[in-house]
Design a protein around this ligand. Structure first.
Ligand code: GLA
Length: 336
């Protein structure tokens, strides 16, 4: 039997820039995926979970089926190609990461499958695992995501921020100051990443980079970006300014400047709402109230369109702040 546990993540700032050459600041959560593998003597992968319906049996090379077990099976197929595993597997998955909330339950599941499959091997670098998990998500699942989520869950640990340069996967681990509370709240608004909107935004960003003649949109100049067509100009403005905000936020985190970090989070939300168009009015309303009730910063997190938002709150006021927000938005649920 082999086993792995992998956390979910929340991204504090640096949104939609992990395929645009930016630095991102995700933090691992205490919620996690736990995965157990047992070889079976049959040419079939069987995946079961208490959280998700149905024990599924699939052929060893069966393609993705739009089923929750795809994330596990993509990992198993990769591991067999690497020689980390042979034959069919019986898999048990337990997860405390909410699904479809923007907290990387899919990346955590793939990474957990890869870590369990390779736990008997020496010298497998977590960065190698993260790169493999991204390839599986891109090629097997069909979501053209960047590398942030896989790195955050493969390398990160709860309580610290992974300041990740997404160009080369170099990173710095920065502890969260003791007087900061990072609150992660589910807005109550559902979302789905594989529904095509992620791909459209990504293509717009790549088109803007091409039009500006830069390899990564984060390297674009705001003045040149303003001359693009109106939609591409706004996408580029989000990416370029978010790239700067994330670097400034890393500096604010290192120096413990909570107000500066919070102001950058608020500006990030406004940019995601106005320039990238990945927010929804209900999310804007609750994020606005979170700040109005005393958070230093509040913003949607992950791809957007619903799911969770993240707030920075002075630790000594975190409980009163949350009670006031919950009273105004009873459908919201605090995850961390
Ligand atoms: C999703 C993707 C990530 C990243 C974020 C937006 O979580 O999986 O790669 O692009 O959206 O920052």
């Amino acid at each position: 039997m082999s086993f792995a546990r992998t956390p979910g993540r929340v991204n504090l700032i640096g949104e939609w820039i992990d395929f645009n050459g930016g630095t991102v600041l995700p933090m691992a959560l205490s919620q996690s995926v736990e995965l157990e593998l047992r070889g079976n003597a049959q040419a079939v992968d069987r995946v079961q979970s208490q959280q998700f319906a149905g024990c599924t049996g699939f052929g060893l090379d069966a393609p993705a089926a739009g089923h929750w077990s795809d994330y596990v099976r993509g990992g198993l197929q990769y591991a067999r190609r690497q020689g980390w595993l042979t034959g069919g597997q019986d898999v048990t998955l337990t997860s405390s990461i909410p699904v479809g909330a923007g907290l990387s339950s899919s990346a955590a599941t793939i990474v957990a499958a890869l870590k369990a499959a390779s736990c008997h091997l020496e010298g497998i670098d977590p960065v190698q695992i993260a790169r493999a998990a991204k390839a599986i998500e891109n090629d097997f699942i069909g979501v053209p995501c960047g590398i942030m989520d896989q790195m955050a869950v493969a390398v990160g640990a709860p309580g610290s921020v992974l300041a990740l340069d997404t160009r080369d996967c170099s990173y710095e681990i920065i502890p969260v100051p003791a007087d900061w509370t990072i609150a992660v709240i589910h807005s109550g608004i559902g979302r789905a990443l594989a529904d095509g909107r992620y791909k459209i935004r990504r293509e717009e960003c790549l088109a803007a980079a091409e039009a500006l003649g830069v390899a990564y949109l984060c390297d674009g100049e705001l003045t040149s970006a303003a001359a693009l067509s109106p939609v591409l100009a706004r996408r580029a403005r989000h990416v370029i300014t978010e790239g700067h905000r994330a670097l400034n936020a890393a500096a604010a985190l290192r120096s413990g400047d909570r107000q500066a970090f919070g102001a950058l989070m608020n500006a990030s939300h406004a940019s995601l709402r106005d320039d990238l168009d990945v927010s929804v009015p209900e999310m804007d309303a609750i994020v606005h109230d979170a700040a109005a009730l005393g958070a230093d910063g509040a913003r949607l997190t992950g791809a957007g369109f619903g799911g969770c938002f993240v707030c920075l709150v002075p630790a000594e006021r975190a409980e009163t702040w949350w009670n006031a927000l919950k009273a105004r938005h009873p459908g919201a649920a605090r995850i961390a």
